[in-house]
Design a protein around this ligand. Structure first.
Ligand SMILES: NC(=O)c1ccc[n+]([C@@H]2O[C@H](COP(=O)([O-])OP(=O)(O)OC[C@H]3O[C@@H](n4cnc5c(N)ncnc54)[C@H](OP(=O)(O)O)[C@@H]3O)[C@@H](O)[C@H]2O)c1
Length: 237
């Protein structure tokens, strides 16, 4: 199977991450390392894996724990050794509280940065040797309009989360400059009906993931360092 494409998705047990895996597996050439913090209780993901003819490999990964990141590489390497890693999707994130810039708690802001910024940074570093071996070499960091200085509504603070997504945008820009041989960009998935987005959100996980995967699979060198929306438009920083 020389046209195999390998993917790794973080936070794949629910929300947008789970929907991404579901859509990926519809294509018989995709092999997916679907990671989550608690594989034993990831029932929806386990169900998908059962019907995937062995193309979904569930691996434990808590992106806020560097030991867990390195153990995950050991668990995933059997899958990635042959073809490398074509697409890394750093999707896992938290939005713990609706804090504002004058009532920040040290614990909340540090925890948010650990999951939303340090997690994707260290996960990408850990999987770099496999990305280098992959045919596509694509790093996708899932960001948010709330990380955009221009788009974040002035009255909507959600400060720790917004700060973390702005930092993730900067990380991505730096990755793109540092490694022109790779393709690294951010995508805003839109406002999506998940545990994080809430049921009033405008988009279904299905529509968001479908748009996002279209952007990801059609990415070229020119995509690197850019801030896309799930529908292929670009966002201002
Ligand atoms: N939904 C929206 O409207 C929206 C808008 C803009 C951007 N986004 C972004 O889209 C991405 C997915 O969001 P979502 O709406 O699908 O969120 P969600 O439904 O809350 O799911 C978040 C996922 O991240 C995982 N996660 C949290 N902390 C983790 C950790 N330390 N290690 C590994 N996994 C961890 C969760 O796993 P557990 O089940 O173990 O907690 C879960 O799988 C995020 O990057 C989010 O910031 C979402």
């Amino acid at each position: 199977m020389s046209d195999v494409r390998t993917w790794l998705v973080t936070g794949a047990n629910r929300g947008i991450g789970l929907e991404i895996v579901k859509q990926l597996i519809a294509s018989p050439t995709n092999v997916v390392v679907a990671t989550c913090r608690k594989p034993e209780s990831a029932s929806a993901l386990q169900e998908l894996a059962t019907s995937s003819s062995g193309r979904i490999h569930i691996v434990c990964l808590d992106v806020s724990d560097s030991a867990s990141i390195s153990t995950s590489v050991d668990l995933a390497k059997g899958v990635l050794n042959a073809h490398g890693l074509d697409y890394l999707i750093n999707n896992a994130a938290i939005m713990p509280v609706h804090d504002n810039s004058f009532n920040l708690s040290e614990e909340t802001i540090l925890r948010t940065f650990k999951v939303n910024v340090v997690g994707p940074a260290l996960t990408t570093q850990a999987y770099l040797p496999y990305l280098e071996k992959g045919k596509r070499k694509i790093i996708v960091n899932i960001s948010s309009a709330l990380g955009s200085l221009s788009l974040c509504p002035q009255k909507q603070q959600i400060a720790s989360y917004s700060l973390s997504k702005s930092a993730l945008n900067m990380l991505t820009s730096k990755q793109a400059v540092a490694r022109p041989d790779l393709i690294s960009f951010v995508i805003d998935p839109g406002w999506v009906r998940t545990d994080m987005g809430g049921q009033a959100a405008l988009l279904s996980p299905k529509d968001s993931a479908a748009g996002l995967l279209e952007v990801v699979t059609s990415a070229t060198k020119e995509s690197s360092g850019k801030f896309f929306r799930y529908d292929g438009e670009t966002n201002p920083w």
